[in-house]
Write a protein that binds this ligand. Sequence first.
Ligand code: ADP
Length: 283
Amino acid sequence: MVAAVSLQNVYKVYNGVAVVNDLSLTLETGEVFGLLGPNGAGKSTTIRMVTTLSRPSQGTITVAGWDVTRQQLEVRRQIGVVLQQTSVDGDLTVWENMEFHGRMHHLPPAQRRRSIDDWLDYVELGDRRDDKVKTLSGGMKRRLQIARALLHNPKILFLDEPTVGLDPQTRRRLWEIIQRLNQQGITMLLTTHYMEEVEYLCDRIGVLDQGKLIALGSFDQLRQRHGEGLVMTQRGDRWEYQFFPTLEAAKAYLEQQPDKTGMMTRPTNLEDIFVELTGRNLD
Ligand code: ADP
């Protein structure tokens, strides 16, 4: 089966600096892939290249087998994009926003209307169709963005920080929508700063740092690789972390210490691994 997304030795160079640096990565059809990395790591640049908004300086990117530089139209037919900056128009109604997007994708009128109805119902915005978008809450706007991105029935959805700035309840609701879409066969690439989001949604994770892929695998694989148990030791106002293959091994180590003051053990989480890999916190 052809990969949903494939990047081979991809570079993006700005002012002589490779902000994406020899990136090779394959997304399998049907998976939810989480791209993590500190600010400036190259996540948005990568998404922009894969979604045809920016050209790679070097290397090859294909989406469902189509080349992003030579076959842009075919690529765009395959993908839906929810980026931070592509916001919805507040002065138009919910319906008008959808209609505008449907026309851009040259959907025939009858199909367009049916598809708009279906997707608005899907994201539970059917009863807000005639309201101006500026009257919607942040969570509703995000759902509208997702509905709009799905209007032409893409196979792959790109979500850049889909739940940033939303309250926990609204975030959970979006997670359910994302999960449901994935169960219907849509492949997803998302970027996020939220650990629970990655653990809840993503089949695999890639960590970018300074344009390079420094880790790749499922959450379980990353935990196994780095150690599933942690000993934390308080030193002044800082914590020192030591990784152990298992939580039991971490506990056994702690037991052996003559002075256990300021020490504790716990299972490793994704944030621990992220900080260990990049030396930085996620936000
Ligand atoms: P992330 O999404 O991981 O925060 P970005 O992809 O936005 O990272 O940025 C990666 C690097 O590329 C940053 O150092 C940023 O300043 C730089 N960059 C992004 N877009 C441009 C541009 N159009 N011109 C010059 N530098 C850019």
